[in-house]
Design a protein around this ligand. Structure first.
Ligand code: NAP
Length: 285
């Protein structure tokens, strides 16, 4: 049976094993998907040991997405996908006859949740991306391919937003998107879509942008899901926007990884529905 793992530190909280078990059941694929807790200073050795043990693919989570990218870039540059190259981070590794390849499915996962699950067209719209960490880097490239008119990035540490703009400037230009970075305090107003890609919800901190960034008919996403996302979602709804958490993105990025590994595309909607029910049941004790 082919083996896959989610690798991170910590990793116990990850729902990826549950998602992939549901995908495997639905598509009739025979696979085993587990968790791997890597030491913080031993990611490369852990991945090498997984290959020897017969693991065929890994989902990579915090804090190893940058190391996963670097591992493949250094050993097999042609094995890095365009979207992982743009992000400088990988959330999916796969093993083939030439070694590990690296991809980043976070951005396409978010786009599918926005465009397919929520039915929101990004064409011609203005989007505010709050945050410039690993998640923001992962979603930016695919968002720039969606026909948006403008993307503005704001981040607590302004230099990181500027660096993201620099690394994506050519990609934005080739897709006809105006891309810029602004200070968090001058985020602007009236965006069609606001994405919270910060860990502020996780930290229980206040929403890091003023409510004027939202527009009454607009949309807001928190990439976080579960109880932690509630503060941002309540804030967005209280100011008239429609809001969604990151669970849809999580399931969609997993579906893309499943397709890359297995060549089969699962139907994500029953899996998303099952997870929502399970998480609500857990939250209710
Ligand atoms: P990360 O690389 O550690 O980046 C954290 C980001 O949050 C940085 O931009 C940081 O700003 C900002 N930040 C942290 N605390 C803040 C605060 N109190 N106020 C303002 N900004 C703050 O983390 P990440 O991997 O990008 O993850 C970010 C979020 O996305 C997490 O909630 C994670 O759960 C979620 N995520 C979801 C999915 C999904 O599939 N749904 C996938 C990936 C990530 P500085 O640069 O100034 O430190």
């Amino acid at each position: 049976m082919d083996r896959y793992v989610v690798i991170g530190h910590p990793v116990e909280h990850s729902v990826s094993p549950r998602i992939h078990a549901l995908f495997a059941q639905q598509t009739g694929q025979s696979l085993d998907y587990g968790r791997c807790l890597s030491p913080l200073d031993g990611f490369v050795e852990t991945v090498q040991a997984l290959a020897v043990d017969g693991v065929r693919g890994c989902n990579v989570t915090v804090p190893f997405k940058f190391e996963a990218f670097e591992l493949v870039r250094a050993n097999r540059p042609e094995g890095v996908s365009v979207r992982a190259g743009l992000a400088g981070a990988a959330n999916t590794l796969g093993l083939d006859a030439s070694g590990w390849w690296a991809d980043n499915t976070d951005g396409i996962g978010l786009r599918r949740d926005i465009e397919d699950n929520a039915g929101v067209s990004l064409r011609g719209r203005r989007l505010l991306l709050v945050g410039a960490g690993g998640a923001a880097a992962g979603v930016l490239g695919p968002l720039l391919e969606a026909g948006l008119a403008e993307v503005v990035i704001v981040n607590r540490t302004a230099e990181k937003a500027l660096a993201l703009v620099d690394s994506h400037a050519a990609w934005a230009q080739s897709h006809g998107v105006r891309l810029s970075a602004r200070p968090l305090t001058e985020a602007g107003a009236g965006y069609d879509v606001v994405i919270n890609g910060t860990a502020s919800s996780l930290a229980g901190a206040a929403v890091p942008v003023p409510a004027e960034v939202l527009s009454p008919q607009g949309w807001a996403w928190d990439l976080m899901y579960g109880a932690g996302a509630a503060g941002f979602l309540d804030w967005a709804r209280a100011h008239g926007a429609q809001a969604r958490d990151g669970l849809g993105m999580l399931v969609e990025q997993a579906a893309e990884a499943f397709w890359l590994w297995r060549g089969v595309r699962p139907d994500t909607s029953p899996v998303l529905e099952a997870l929502r029910t399970e998480l609500a049941r857990k939250a209710g004790g």
